[in-house]
Ligand binder design. Structure first.
Ligand SMILES: *Cc1c(COP(=O)(O)O)cnc(C)c1O
Length: 512
């Protein structure tokens, strides 16, 4: 291994183990008894809510607290600390510091959503403009910023589809949503949550929607189709207008999973491809940080004929004044409080403004170039292959299969991903999409310079060579991370997962 990388050690004492009775990180003057009496506290806080004993927090000095949190942050992997974060479909791009300065600015962060709109005009204007830019980028007519994530946006979008069919009196008949087998797992889940049955159709030998299979699956029972384009293989569905026509002719609607717009910004728009409803993850394409479950923003855009069903409130402008509009009798209701995660929207808005229209277009161009730069060079390594039309350019991501390596050496994609951690690199998305065996889904984004791409390619090729010469070595990885290979099934199982420092369990740390 050419590079070594060592993360903070998890074996350091926990902050609770550092605790010494009476030690503290602050010095406050004694409370002056005449200022607050026990009786007054009792008046303010109901008796049953008062503690009878101390909270059991660790008693430590400020330095220990600081070191504790810095150490924890070093045990984690972050795009700001690691070398490359090529987690396909997730678009882990760099989040410029100015986004954080804007979102953390006291004049933005200190607002309360229940303030009168007269005092929040700047925020409302920002959200109003963000929506306009979003519509411009995606080619839709109206949108809501409420949904808090991609999956939440999908569910909202499918509920809008439901409202549409309901109003036409066809909801009882239109019970099915068609989803290709390359779809993100959230697609069938969202359709199901919204009360539809999903019908899966296979991809063809090019990794694209099979038109014959689509025609066979579609009929008067079809509520719509959910599609990602470019799809999760990284291939652009070039027959998209034909696909739209098949669905529309059958009376269904076209749903676009635009979680990731990184390949198309400024180049083409889902609204022009025939999609009626879309969502997009501001926390992917527009650079705001995500991972570990949130917070996110998954705005949903629609064509004009669906606008009446959008959630309330909408933000409207009259004579330069921004107002909340609840006057939407056909609205599906609310899907989140107020205007969704405004801090996430503000980061995305800042990103759009710092990049400008031409900058967004160029970032897509670079994201596509980077994905192809990596995938073209991996295919000469014995253990990797590009399934589905290897000659065809990919868009913002490329799915490389480690199938040949597994066959030849017994080293599967999982172990390649684990060993990459030893090089200080985050693993690609592994085992997704499901239609590629031993999938490594690589999305470098536009953030990375060519040197980082070269280093990543070199690491994957080196792991390839080690797998062929000394497979056991790869199977034992990772060696340099804070925690070595954990038992993933047990670590995620509610019966064995341990979230209390007292049990400080061996379970999670057990080797497989
Ligand atoms: C990330 C992603 C989603 C889900 O988005 P969340 O914000 O994680 O809910 C859906 N579809 C695709 C293609 C994605 O990449």
């Amino acid at each position: 291994m050419t590079t070594s990388y060592r993360q903070a050690d998890w074996k350091e004492p926990l902050i609770f183990e550092h605790s010494k009775p009476g030690r503290m990180g602050h010095m406050l003057p004694e409370l002056e008894p005449e200022l607050v009496t026990e009786a007054q506290i009792g008046d303010l806080v109901p008796e049953e809510l008062l503690r009878t004993e101390a909270a059991g927090l660790p008693e430590v000095g400020e330095m220990q607290v600081l070191r504790h949190y810095v150490r924890l942050s070093q045990m984690n992997y972050g795009v700001n600390a690691g070398k490359i974060y090529p987690l396909g479909s997730c678009t882990m791009k760099y989040n410029p510091i100015i986004n954080e300065l804007m979102a953390g600015h006291p004049k933005m962060a200190g607002q309360h959503p229940l303030q009168s709109p007269a005092t929040t005009q700047g925020t409302l204007k920002m959200l109003y403009n963000l929506k306009k830019h979003f519509l411009n980028i995606t080619g839709m007519d109206d949108a809501t910023l409420q949904p808090a994530a991609g999956a939440h946006g999908e569910w909202t979008g499918i509920m809008l589809m439901r409202e549409y069919h309901r109003e036409r009196g066809e909801l009882d008949q239109r019970t099915e949503i068609v989803v290709p087998d390359s779809a993100h797992g959230t697609n069938p889940a969202s359709a199901h949550m919204a009360g539809f049955k999903t019908v899966e159709i296979p991809s063809n030998e090019h990794g694209m929607v099979d038109l014959e299979a689509l025609k066979a699956a579609v009929g008067p029972q079809t509520a719509g189709l959910m599609l990602t384009n470019p799809n999760t293989i990284g291939v652009f569905e070039s027959e998209i207008t034909e696909i739209s026509k098949i669905i529309h002719d059958a009376g269904g609607l076209m749903y676009y999973d635009g979680a990731n717009l990184n390949a198309i910004m400024g180049w083409c728009r889902p609204g022009d491809m025939g999609f009626d409803i879309i969502h997009s993850n501001l926390h992917k394409t527009f650079s705001t940080p995500h991972g570990g479950g949130g917070p996110g923003a998954g705005p949903v855009g629609v064509k004009a004929f669906l606008a009446d069903y959008l959630p309330v409130p909408d933000i409207i402008e009259e004579d330069g004044v921004y107002k909340l509009d609840y006057n939407k009798p056909k609205s599906m209701g609310k899907v989140h409080g107020f205007h969704g995660n405004v801090g996430v929207s503000l980061r995305a808005y800042t990103y759009m403004y710092t990049m400008g229209g031409s900058g967004l277009k160029e970032s897509s161009e670079l994201a596509v170039l980077n994905a192809n730069y990596i995938s073209r060079q991996l295919v000469d390594a014995k253990g990797y292959e590009l399934t589905f039309d290897p000659e065809k350019p990919r868009k913002h991501e490329a799915v490389v299969s480690a199938g040949p390596m597994l066959n030849d050496t017994g080293v599967s994609a999982l172990y390649i991903s684990k060993m990459l951690l030893d090089y200080g690199m985050h693993a690609p998305t592994t085992y997704f999409p499901l239609i590629v065996p031993e999938a490594l889904m690589i999305e470098p984004t536009e953030s990375e310079p060519v040197e980082a791409l070269d280093e990543f390619i070199a690491a994957l090729k080196e792991i390839n060579d080690i797998a062929y010469s000394d497979p056991e070595k790869v199977l034992g990885a990772p060696y340099n991370t804070a925690v070595s290979k954990i038992n993933e099934a047990r670590a995620a199982h509610p019966k064995t997962i341990c979230l209390s420092w007292r049990k400080y369990c061996q379970l999670n740390l057990d080797k497989e």
